[in-house]
Write a protein that binds this ligand. Structure first.
Ligand code: KG4
Ligand code: ZN
Length: 341
């Protein structure tokens, strides 16, 4: 079975093609980073205009790289939530139109589910596991029992960790997106500045929630207070603190629920220090950790095609073209939502 996946939830226009026998055939990503750089973040109207401009050529290149014709595709999937609504509408409308015209099943995909299952495009799944979702818009911990069955353990009560990376990079005038830049710069610095770790109380019932807004504000205060502090030391101190928060809570979750596996997902899963520290700590406890291939950490169509494939297998049919694209549907409610049409 060959599945096409369209991703347009934020600022990347991407199409991936997954073959259940051959694996991933292509994954073409058109990034808008240069365009949004001057705003220091994603500007929604601009993102939508770029998706409209690029989507047909991205689709064309993905088909060519896969050496397939559009008529060879068996299932058409697209991210329908969560994300910027105008951006989501473009990708999902293209998918629904292709589905109607070609008379092929349409499968709606949840962006977070796609990020989590990007881990299994090339590896076998193994349940249950704790999923740590870390991206520009999300910081969440889930207990995953099977594909489609999720229990939310905790989430950020303010900024997402990727957003904090981007904001700290803006404070330090380093460019956008901040994550990869800070990751690199931190290697040259030392953890010499003490920064707060909010919501790290071990016993609290809300201990799986995250908060990164205070950490970002502490960085801002430090930069204003100490004009001579080195950007590399700030980057290193911020990264060490952010990573420790993620590692502590994830380890606490696996121990609390007696789970032996961690799966990391989303753009921040590319972070070198998070990979290092989580692997170190999990190894001590005899827990296995999966990170996606570096090319599959940030937004991409391949993860959408694979999640679309898994969802099609589960239902053994396509979904209604009347399913509405939404800015936000919680992952644990997604299946109920798409089955209600
Ligand atoms: O998953 P993603 O592409 O988009 C969302 O769904 O949000 O994640 C983008 C986020 C950005 O905030 C970016 O700064 C962050 O992932 N990111 C990183 C790294 N690479 C990307 N953060 C830390 N370290 C990295 N190496
Ligand atoms: Zn994402």
């Amino acid at each position: 079975m060959i599945v096409l996946g369209i991703e347009s939830s934020c600022d990347d226009t991407s199409v991936g093609i997954f073959d259940s026998r051959e694996g991933l055939l292509s994954n073409v990503v058109s990034s808008q980073i240069k365009l949004h750089e001057e705003w220091g973040g994603v500007y929604p109207e601009l993102a939508a205009r770029e998706h409209t401009k690029n989507i047909t050529s991205v689709l064309d290149i993905a088909l060519k790289e896969a050496n397939k014709n559009i008529k060879d595709i068996d299932v058409i999937s697209a991210t329908i939530t969560p994300g910027l609504i105008v951006s989501l509408v473009i990708g999902s409308s293209v998918a629904k139109t292709l589905s109607a015209v070609l008379d092929k099943p349409f499968v709606p995909v949840h962006h977070i589910e796609a990020h989590i299952f990007a881990n299994f495009i090339e590896k076998k799944e193994d349940y249950p596991f704790i999923a740590l979702v870390v991206s520009g818009g999300h910081t969440e911990l889930y207990l995953v029992e099977e594909f489609g069955k999720y229990r939310l353990l905790g989430k950020t009560i303010d900024d997402a960790v990727g957003e904090a990376y981007d904001k700290v990079a803006r404070i330090l005038n380093l460019g956008f997106p901040g994550g990869p830049i800070i990751d690199k710069l931190a290697k040259k610095g030392t953890h010499s500045i003490h920064l707060p770790k909010p919501l790290s109380r071990k016993k609290s019932e809300h201990r799986f929630n995250f908060s990164f807004s205070g950490l970002k504000t502490a960085v801002l205060r430090e930069v204003e207070k100490n004009k001579l502090c080195k950007p590399e030391d700030i980057a290193c101190s911020f990264q060490e603190t952010a990573v420790e928060i993620l590692v502590e809570k994830t380890l606490d979750a696996v121990k609390t629920f007696n789970i032996k596996k961690i799966v990391v997902a989303g753009g921040v899963s590319a972070n070198s220090r998070l990979r290092e520290r989580l692997n170190e700590e999990a190894k001590k406890e005899g827990i296995e950790v999966d990170f996606p291939h570096l090319s599959l950490c940030t937004d991409n169509g391949a993860m959408v095609a694979f999640a679309g494939y898994k969802r099609f297998l589960k239902k053994q049919s396509g979904y209604s073209l009347l399913i509405e694209t939404k800015a936000k549907i919680p992952l644990e409610k997604f299946e109920e939502y798409i089955n209600s049409f």
